[in-house]
Write a protein that binds this ligand. Structure first.
Ligand SMILES: NC(=O)C[C@H](N)C(=O)O
Length: 493
């Protein structure tokens, strides 16, 4: 029998229902895999007792014939989600020792559906980064490797991507503010879906940039993403931006039939200096969708080139406001203060010690662009650009385009340490294909489509109409079927 931890959600669900396996067996297989995965530094806090208790309860539910799709499925949870009584620190020193007193709506929904929590997953500090190198826990490592070069699993949901790709869990939660689900998914050869803004509740998910943050599933297949989104989505009165919409059966949308669908190829995403293999992958993906019966159309999204600068104004602005709450008074780290120090010194020292350099950079940028003298020049301008980017997409969808195909990342996974030391803008360039989706609030999915010359996974991104994740997932499913990506990293850890 195959190792049980290699199962995805759909396989596990079907096997559980048939009585071929128990949730306890699946859970033990994952816990065993996690135990020997230290070199990946993906799980940063394990919860085996909770997992076993939840698995036993799931088995009883399955036996009783009352099992939702996600029942008995062992999951990893990004450290950004509050999980009651279980340490969570958004990979930041400033939240050292923090044990949330409440559960995020999304994780609560997953537990209500019978899923099993294996533990918390590594990430960039406060989700700021594209390589998982800003984490207080240290780098997460990509299970894919070339020679002895250790690679980043991407970020900020780097631990989630590494854990799913290495079969430490059946799926994981991620969050995506500017690409944090899709970029690591592409780097690790898995599927990552950022839903429409408002599809999933943000309540209990540590806030980075509230108008952009959206949680989503990171899975081993498109079908798994459809199933897991069904359990994560839904209206929540505790999040005023969550949409009052019914949650459709996303899995039922996976017919694989995309005949007559219009797929847009935006010319502005053909960036200067784009590596030949990314260009080739994009062309291959286009051909696959065409062969499956879709109509390919050239489109223009004229404001694309302003997206990255607009994102790196809006996101830090919101972050500087959200992170003001970490002041050493209510929770987490508090610096030791000297004689004669007052409350201001306590704040200053706490924040200087508690936040890493990237978070400090964002707080400073955010404070600057919101300051009285610069607000119009930067923040207001970025907001206007954001509206234009949204309108670009609206125009294209109004012309009948159903989905847009682009590369997910400008390169394959890069080496740990290779980019972190460079100019931070180099790191920000990783988000060039993904931030537009967040600025426009649209759903986007990364699907593994091929390998580069070195044998590393490469992904493509599909962008859909708002609230039409089912349709988007179906197009992604057709692409997945055509690409037939089955490669797995060789186990070295
Ligand atoms: N949070 C994200 O979506 C990642 C993005 N690279 C950022 O650093 O803002």
């Amino acid at each position: 029998m195959t190792d049980l931890n290699t199962f995805g959600i759909a396989d596990a669900r079907d096997a559980l229902r048939k009585g071929d396996v128990t949730s306890l067996e699946l859970t033990e297989a994952c816990l065993g895999a996690i135990e020997t995965s230290g070199a990946l530094n993906a799980f940063v806090h394990n919860t085996p007792e909770i997992a076993r208790t939840q698995a036993a309860a799931a088995d009883a539910r399955i036996k009783a014939g009352d099992a939702p799709d996600m029942c008995g499925i062992p999951l990893g949870i990004k450290d950004l989600f509050c999980t009651k009584g279980v340490p969570g620190q958004a990979a930041s020193r400033i939240l050292e020792g923090f044990k949330p007193e409440y559960e995020s709506t999304i994780t609560q929904q997953l537990w209500d559906a019978g899923s099993v929590m294996l533990g918390k997953l590594n990430m960039d500090e406060f989700a700021m980064g594209s390589s998982n190198e800003t984490s207080v826990y240290g780098d997460a490592v990509n299970p894919w490797k070339v020679d002895d070069r250790k690679l980043t699993p991407g970020g900020s949901s780097g631990g989630s991507a590494a854990a799913v790709a290495a079969d430490l869990c059946m799926a994981a939660t991620g969050t995506d503010t500017g690409g944090s689900i899709r970029q690591p998914a592409a780097f690790a050869g898995i599927t990552g879906l950022k839903p429409t803004y408002g599809r999933c509740s943000r309540w209990g998910v540590v806030a980075f940039a509230s108008s952009l943050d959206q949680a989503g599933p990171m899975t081993k297949s498109v079908r798994d993403a459809a199933i897991m989104l069904g359990a994560m989505a839904g209206h929540d009165a505790k999040d005023s931006t969550s949409a009052e919409l019914a949650v459709p059966d996303f899995e039922a949308a996976l017919t694989g039939d995309i005949r007559g669908k219009k797929i847009g190829i935006p010319k502005e995403y053909r960036m200067e200096g784009m590596p030949q293999e990314i260009e080739q992958l994009w062309a291959d993906g286009t051909a696959m969708l065409k062969d499956a019966g879709a109509e390919i159309v050239d489109i223009t999204l004229p404001h694309t080139k302003y997206a990255l600068p607009a994102y790196y104004v809006v996101a830090p602005a919101e972050a500087s406001s959200n992170l003001a709450r970490y002041d050493g008074v209510r929770f987490g780290h508090r610096a030791k203060i000297g004689q004669g120090d007052g409350i201001t010194e306590m704040y200053e020292k706490t924040r200087a010690e508690g936040f890493g350099p990237e978070v400090q950079r964002r707080v400073m940028i955010g404070t600057y662009v919101l300051s009285a003298g610069f607000y119009d020049a930067y923040y207001n301008r970025a907001r206007k650009v954001r509206s234009l980017i949204k309108k670009d997409f609206e125009d294209v969808f109004a012309q009948g385009v159903d989905a847009i195909l682009t590369p997910a990342t400008p390169s394959a996974a890069f080496g740990l340490g290779e980019m972190a030391e460079a100019d931070p803008v180099q790191m920000y360039l990783n988000d060039v294909f993904t931030v537009t989706v967040n600025l426009a609030g649209l759903p986007g999915i990364a699907v593994p489509v091929g390998l580069d010359k070195q044998g590393l996974p490469l992904g493509l991104q599909l962008i859909g109409r708002p609230w039409e994740e089912g349709d988007l997932l179906n197009t992604a499913y057709a692409l997945e079927q055509a690409a037939g990506f089955v490669a797995k990293p060789a186990k070295w850890w």
